[in-house]
Structures are given as C-alpha cells and as structure tokens.
Write a new protein. Structure first.
Lengths: 378, 291, 289
C-alpha cells in the first residue's frame, strides 16, 4: 500500500517534470527566433545608390588691393611728422610724411655762405682786369682775365651745389601720394628714422581688389583665365560676389594630402589662383571663400564608413538571405570592391554590386562573413 | 454440427477483418520487399533481369570483404553472446538477493536500454580515443596506449558497448525466470542437505533453461543491432575488425550493388533462421526431456 | 550478519549500477560546461599525438564536475540552433504516428492471432515473428524501391508507414492477450456480443498494461532510429534528432552534451514513468505462448 502511494507520488513528479520539459521546448520553439534575434549583432543598412560623385574643394583667402605702392625715404632722416593714418583716402600729391632735414639745411646754409664769400671777391677781380687792360702788359691782362673766369666757374659750381642740396631737401623732406588711393599701412613713427620697411603703403583705389587662392590641381582643371567665379564673402552675413580669374599658376610647394595610413604623404599638385574683384561693396581685408564642385557622373556610391580594409583590399558587408526553418534569416556576406574615387561623404566603387543593393553601415558587434544578423528596425 | 461450421466461418471472417489492416501494410512493407529481395538475389539486374541461379551468392561468398564481414559478425556474436548471458545471469542472481534500494539498482541496469545511441556516442569517443580516458588509465597502470577504435581492440570496445546496453534486458528476463521458480523446491533441497552448487544446477538452471533459450535468441538479434553504435562511432568504413555484415550491406547499397546486397541479406536470413530453429529445437528437446 | 551481507551486496551492486549510469552521468554533468571548457577538455579527440616525436603526452581531460556551471550549451542549442528544435519535433512527428498506428493495428491483428481460430494462424504468426528478427538491412533495397514507387522518398511517411506495420506490436500484444482467459470472452459471447464488441469492450480494457508496455518499447526503438532516416530522408529539414546528434558529434562538439541530454530526456522520463510496464512488456515477450 505504502509502496503503491510512493510509486504514485513518483509518477506524479515525473509527469510534472515531463510537462515542464515539454512546455520549455514548445516555448523555445515558438520564441527562439525572437530570443535569437535579441542576441544577434544589430546592423543598420544603407543601399547602394547610382549617382554623381561630387568633389567639393574649398579655399579661403583674404582680399587685398590689387596695386599697392610702398613709399619710403632713402635719406635715413628722422620722421618729423606723419600726416596720414591707415585707411585715409589721399589725393595725388598730398603730403603723407614729413622728414626732418635740418642737417642738410645746415649744409645748404654753409654752401650759400661760401657763395656769398666768393661773390665778395668779384669787384676786386673786375677792377684788376680793367686796370690791367689800361696797361700794355699782356701777361697782366691774361692773369687778371683768367682769375676772373676762374671766379665765375667757382660761382657756378657753388650755385649747382646749392641747387642740388635744395632739390634733395625738397625731395626727401616729405613723402607725397603718387596717385589717388588709400593709405593701407603706416610704418613710420615720428621722431625715429625709417626702419627699412616701407614707411607708408598706399593702394590705388581705381584698380580694385584681388584674391589669392590655393586649390588642388583637379579642382581647377576646367578653369581658365578670364572665367568668372562665385566667391563667398565672410561678413556678418555671408554674401556672394563675383570674381574673375586673372592668372592660374603652378604652386611649387603643394600640400600634403592625408595619405592612406601608409605614412607616405602623397603631394597633391596645387595651383595658385589670382582672382580680381571689381565689386566695390567689399573691402580689403575681408575673408573670401570659394567652393568648387567637380562631379564624376553615374557611379555606384556608398558611404565611406561602410568600407573596410583588409591588407589594402577593400570590402563591404552585404546581406545574404537564407530560408531558415522559421522564416528567412539574414547572413553577412563579404563583397570585395574597388574604390574608384571618394569624397568626405561618399565613395564611388566598382565591384560585384548593383544599384539598390543593401549593405551594412554599422553594426553593434564586429562582423565576420557568415554571421547571422538582425536588422535595425527603421 | 451445422451451427459449428457456421460459427467457424463467422470467426474466420472476423479474423480476416481484424487482420486486414495489419496484413495489408505488413505485406507491402515487409513480405513483398522480402520476396522481391530474394528474387533480386538470383537475377543479374533488378529491372527485367534474367535468372542467373546462385551466381550472385557465389560472388558474395568469394568476396573478401563479405568473408571478413561474416567472420567478424560471427566472432562478435560468438564472443559477446555467451559473455552477456553469463554477466546478466550473475547480475540477475545478485539482484534477486535481499538488497537495499533494489528497485533503483534495477532501474540503473535497465536504463542504458532506453538511452539513444546517438546521444552517448560522444562518451564512447572520450573513453576510447587515442587520447581517451581509457588510455589515460592504462598509462597510469604502466601499460601502453592502444588506439582502440583503430586496432583489434575495437571489437572489445564493441563488446563492451553491447553488454552495457543490453545487459539490462537480459537481467529483466532472468529475474522473471528466477522469480517464477517455486520457493518450496529450494526448501525441499535444503531439507535434503543439498549444497548451493547442487541446488543451482538441479533447480535454478533447469528452470531457467527456457528463459535462457529466449535470452540467447534475443541477444543474438540484439548483437546485430550494435551496428548502430559502430556506425555512429566509426562511420561507413571502420577498422577491419569491426567491419560487420551490416557495413557490407550498407556499402553495397551505397554503391548500388543490389545483387550482392540481396544475396548477402538472404544468406544472413538463412543463418538467422537456422540459428532460431536450432535454438527452438533444443528447447523442445529439453522440454520433452523434462516431461 | 545478514544486514552486513545485505549492505555489502548493495555496495557492490551499487558500484556496478554506477558504471552502468556513468555515461549518462557524465553527459548530464558535462552539459553544464561552457563551450570553451568543453573545447579545452576534449580538443584532443581524434588527434594522434606522437609521443616518440616529442609531442606532449596528453590525454583527454574527462571531468565530472564543470569548473564553471553554465547554461551556455543549452542556450546555444535552444536559441541559436533552430535546427535542433526543428529536428526534435521531427522526431516527435515520426515517433507519435508510429506508436499510435502500431498500437491500433497490432491490437486488432493480435486479437485475431490470440483469440480467433482460422486456417494457417500459426504459420502466419511465425512469418510475422521472423521478420521481427531480421536486421533492417535485409529488406533495404526492396523497401527503398517500394518507397520510391509509392512516392514516399524524402518524406517521413517512408519511415512512419513501415513503422506502423512492424510485427513487434502484433507479437507482444498477442502475448498479453494469450494470458486473458477464454472464460472472459465466452461470457460475452453468450450474451450475443460480436467479435468487434468483445475486442472493444472486453479485450482492450484488459490489455491496457500491454499497450502501455508496447508504447514504451516502440518509443525506445523509434526515438533511437538512425539507419532508416539516413537512407530515406535526404532533406535535413525532415530528419529526426538522432541524425542531428550524429552530425553534431563531428562538428559542434561544444554543444553535443546538452543536445544529448535534451535528446534522451523524453526517453528517460517515459522510462521512469512507465518502468513497470516496460519491464512487464519485456518479460511478457519472453514467456512462451
């Protein structure tokens, strides 16, 4: 009797265990897909698009006056007075800077004194000639005449010397504006001699502004001198103006491009562009920016962040759909590609791919070929 | 008389109705295949073949791999069946004694019978691999390693697995036989002062003989089923020592050599029939001797 | 003295019982190892270590208790390997129809063999028993051809139908029915009940233990199937769990233990539940009718 009851108890336990076992298996059968997908790497997808790959090149420069004259004095005199300041509009012939020419004035006075002194001997020499002519002594006549001529030559020399000093004084005592323009810089300081730099810079207003830009070779491939281009002027509100390409020249230096991680920095050949601006609304010293777009047409485009590198071979992760026992499952497929061209946001590629194909952009875990994945609900 | 005949006919009709579902399926899936199998074994091709007599049998019998398979099967059965009979008889005796937790012990011995072969294959690999646990123990005992599955030792492994799996079945049968022996026989013998051995030989063994015949028969049948384990552990082409008739037939099937396969099958059937009838005859003779 | 003897005997038999249970215990305990630990312990399987050539003399590290108890393997099998559960249900879908079908068909036939008299009864029964004794390979080719003819190839019916009509059920239920005295049936016959009525309302209730025993034995036999599905089911989606395991042993060793445990659990639960029927069934088949 007791054995019977124990046996029944055992059977009941086994029945309960069997029930639980069956329920667990049924539960896992129904929900394993869901559970599994929770543990799979999560990916976000993007599709391959066909379109144009745009390269955007940007370069910024500062607007400068086109012609700028540097004025300075060679005298080495001290500056006596600075008559203008930076930014002043000046007329042709206006005095800009006056120099202290005292030393030369002193010399001039000395020379003039020598001249006066010379002139004092004139009457006595004239009297000696007249007196000699009254006599018959030819020698005395010649001597007196020569002495007088010599006196005249001395006078001439002295007068020229004075003239020269006077000219020099006039010339070096001040700097004047060579044309109508604007004072762009003043280096001279009152009381000090000029430092070797130009004492004052004056720019011509009538010729306008110019901009010097450095751009990579491919960006300017289609440009030629005389073309118009849009410039963005950096004011409080960016504004567009029109410039005209004046010259395009090779730039020797080049700019190191961000190489592909090999440590080898390939140099992109650069071009120097000079652009003249005739717009009078902009001022010198403003920053101007130019944006050039080059497009390569009809390419397969993907985001560069989806491209992986394997010893120089580039690949992306695509998707492979396989029919599983419980619906379709997605697996990672490695696809080798060749990157033809790229810019910051897109890469043009070739490879076994077609338009609209889905590729993996990001993944919650590092992926490998053949991994099962789940897709980010989007 | 008339009513008896009607009654008999009625019963015959009922028997046909009761047997019909089983008979139809049995014919389609067992009898008919068996008959066609026999037919194939005396033809040269399966489709529109012509009668070739015993050519196929000759080919099979002269084939080295068949001989190897047959002798292996014979060796295996010949060694493992007596061994398992002895072991199961021993355990049945011990389990029939007064023991604690007897029910649980019996359960433990029968358990291997229900454990699926495929689920335990990994265990056999761990035990009998070249780097396996058994070799680790052998090394401890200063004996060298044996590559069990790739040497003559493989047949020992097979015998072990066979005994492990089937000993419970035989123990149950022997236990039933032991428990059916009336207790008073032993009591009478005790009074007569018979020794333990004498009692065993003249009471236990005599009463167990019919059971033993059946156990031997079942053990032989089960010894053919050890193929499943062999196949799971060692695959299509195991070591020569354990290349059994079933391997031979399986490989003939895979190579689509139907004639050889059916001839070998027919030979095996003949052997089994011979064995069974020999066993039954032995039993009948024993019975008449008892009476 | 008797108590000491009993204890000694129990200890000895207990030791043997442990040996019998050893593979199951190891499988169960190792199913709680993490995959990495399995790999660490058992990576040497199938490798030839040439000690003479100076390689390290190592052995598989059979461990009873995991260093780290983990449900890794179960999670892997149940969640990440959908094939496992799929094949588990395949097994169920193959075994259940066989059991239901064979118990029904065999009960009918066994009744005819046991309790109805007809010409050729014994001879026909011997034919049934003979097929029971044959290894599967004997009828392999004709079975294959018939399955092809009936369009059953690569379908689980190719296994289920032969399974239903197996002779074992007929044999076993007949053994049970022989033990039902004729007197039970005679009484009903006198009341005017036909054979069908007698079968249904008297025989069936009486042989319930026999059907239970048959159910357990059939479950054991067909849950274990390896050869038949290997030949008749090429499509992995239709294969039962036994083949999954035979494959997992080659490849994903890390989850083999948990998969094995899950595979044998239904079997062991059923066995523990119906052990008495199981044993009765085996003993009945051994008693001469």
């Amino acid at each position: 009797m007791i054995v019977e009851i124990q046996l029944n108890k055992r059977k009941k336990t086994i029945a309960v265990v069997s029930g639980v076992f069956t329920l667990i298996l049924i539960g896992f059968t129904l929900f394993s897909q869901t559970l599994m997908s929770l543990t799979l790497p999560k990916v976000t997808l993007a599709s391959v698009i066909r379109g144009n790959l745009n390269h955007e090149y940007e370069s910024t420069g500062v607007l400068k006056w086109k012609v700028e004259k540097a004025l300075s004095s060679q005298s080495g005199w001290k500056v006596e007075k600075v008559a203008v300041k930076q930014g002043d509009v000046v007329q042709k012939g206006q005095e800009l800077i006056a120099y202290d020419g005292k030393e030369m004035e002193q010399q001039l006075l000395d020379e003039q004194a020598i001249l006066s002194k010379l002139k004092l001997t004139k009457d006595s020499l004239q009297y000696a000639v007249i007196e000699a002519k009254q006599g018959e002594d030819t020698k005395a006549i010649n001597d007196a005449t020569n002495a007088y001529k010599s006196y005249e030559i001395d006078i001439d020399i002295q007068q020229r010397r004075i003239q020269k000093l006077q000219d020099s004084l006039l010339e070096n005592a001040k700097l004047i504006a060579p044309f109508d323009g604007v004072v762009t810089k003043v280096n001279a300081m009152e009381g000090f001699p000029s430092t070797g730099e130009p004492d004052v810079l004056v720019a011509s207003q009538s010729l306008g502004l110019e901009l010097e830009l450095y751009l990579p070779d491919p960006a300017v491939a289609s440009l030629k001198a005389g073309d118009e281009m849009d410039l963005l002027v950096d004011e409080e509100k960016a504004r567009q103006i029109i410039g005209r390409v004046a010259t395009i020249q090779d730039d020797e230096a080049g700019v190191p491009s961000n190489g592909d991680g090999d440590g080898v920095t390939a140099r992109i050949p650069m071009k120097r562009l000079q652009i003249s601006i005739e717009d009078h609304s902009v001022k010198e010293g403003m920053k101007a920016k130019v944006i050039l777009t080059q497009s390569v047409e009809d390419m397969l485009l993907i985001s560069p962040s989806a491209i992986h590198d394997e010893n120089g071979k580039k690949y992306v992760f695509g998707l492979e759909q396989k029919a599983g026992p419980l619906g379709n499952a997605f697996y990672v497929r490695k696809m080798y590609i060749t990157v033809v061209d790229s810019n910051e946001s897109q890469s043009a590629i070739t490879g076994e791919m077609f338009e609209e194909e889905q590729i993996i952009m990001e993944s919650s875990e590092p992926l490998q070929e053949g991994d099962k994945i789940r897709m980010q609900p989007s | 008389m008339n009513s008896f005949a009607r009654h008999l006919r009625k019963e015959w009709l009922a028997a046909v109705l009761f047997l019909a579902p089983s008979m139809i399926g049995f014919s389609i899936f067992y009898l008919f295949p068996f008959a066609t199998g026999l037919l194939y074994s005396v033809q040269d091709t399966t489709i529109d073949g012509s009668f070739v007599g015993l050519d196929n049998y000759q080919a099979v019998l002269s084939s080295g791999s068949f001989r190897k398979a047959a002798s292996n099967t014979l060796l295996f059965t010949g060694v493992s069946v007596p061994l398992i009979i002895m072991l199961s008889l021993l355990f049945a005796h011990l389990l029939n004694k007064k023991l604690f937790i007897r029910g649980w012990l019996q359960t433990a011995f029968v358990m291997p019978l229900v454990v699926p072969a495929a689920s335990i294959v990994m265990m056999w690999q761990i035990l009998f691999d070249w780097n396996g646990t058994l070799n680790a123990w052998m090394q401890h005992l200063q004996a060298g390693r044996i590559d069990w599955m790739k040497s003559d030792g493989s047949i020992l492994v097979l015998i072990m697995i066979y005994i492990w799996k089937n000993v419970g079945y035989n123990i149950i049968l022997f236990l039933a036989g032991l428990q059916s022996i009336p207790k008073d026989y032993y009591e009478t013998a005790d009074i007569e002062g018979a020794g333990e051995l004498h009692k065993w030989r003249h009471i236990t063994w005599v009463y167990l003989t019919p059971t033993t015949v059946f156990v031997v028969l079942m053990s032989i049948i089960q010894s053919f089923k050890v193929f499943r384990e062999t196949y799971l552990i060692a695959g299509d082409y195991p070591h020569d020592r354990i290349y059994m008739l079933q391997h031979y037939m399986n490989n003939m099937f895979l190579s689509l050599d139907v004639q050889k396969l059916t001839a070998a099958a027919a030979l095996m059937v003949c052997a089994i029939l011979l064995l069974v009838s020999a066993m039954l005859m032995l039993e009948r003779r024993f019975r008449s001797y008892m009476e | 003295m008797a108590l000491l003897r009993k204890t000694m005997l129990t200890v000895i038999m207990g030791a043997f019982a442990l040996i019998m249970l050893f593979p199951m215990i190891i499988t169960f305990s190792n199913s709680f190892m993490a995959e990495s630990e399995i790999d660490y312990n058992y990576h040497l399987i199938g490798k030839m270590v040439d000690v003479a050539a100076g390689e390290k003399n190592e052995f598989i590290n059979l461990k009873l208790i995991p260093d780290w108890v983990s449900l890794d393997q179960y999670a892997e099998v149940l969640i990440h390997k959908p094939m496992f559960l799929h094949m588990f249900w395949n097994s169920v879908c193959i075994v259940l129809p066989i059991i239901i079908g064979q118990v029904a068909v065999a009960a009918l036939a066994a009744f005819a063999f046991a309790k109805l008299k007809f010409w050729g009864r014994e001879k026909l029964f011997i034919v049934y028993v003979m097929t029971m004794l044959m290894p599967f390979q004997v009828t392999l080719v004709p079975n294959y051809i018939i399955a092809g003819r009936l369009g059953l190839m690569n379908s689980s019916s190719a296994i289920i139908l032969p399974g239903i009509f197996g002779a074992f059920g007929v044999f076993m239920l007949r053994q049970f029915m022989l033990h039902i005295p004729y007197a039970y049936l005679e009484a009903a016959k006198i009341d005017g009940a036909g054979p069908l009525r007698i079968f249904y309302s008297i025989m069936l209730p009486l042989i319930k233990p026999g059907m239970a025993a048959l159910t357990v034995l059939l479950f054991v036999d067909h849950w274990n199937m390896v050869e038949q599905p290997l030949i008749f089911l090429e499509d992995a989606f239709k294969q039962p769990l036994s083949l999954y395991l035979s494959r997992i042993n080659e490849g994903a060793r890390g989850v083999a233990f948990a998969a094995s445990v899950l595979y044998m659990t239904p079997m062991i639960l059923l066995f523990l539940y119906a052990e008495s029927y199981f044993i009765e069934g085996i003993q009945m088949s051994g008693i001469k009718g």
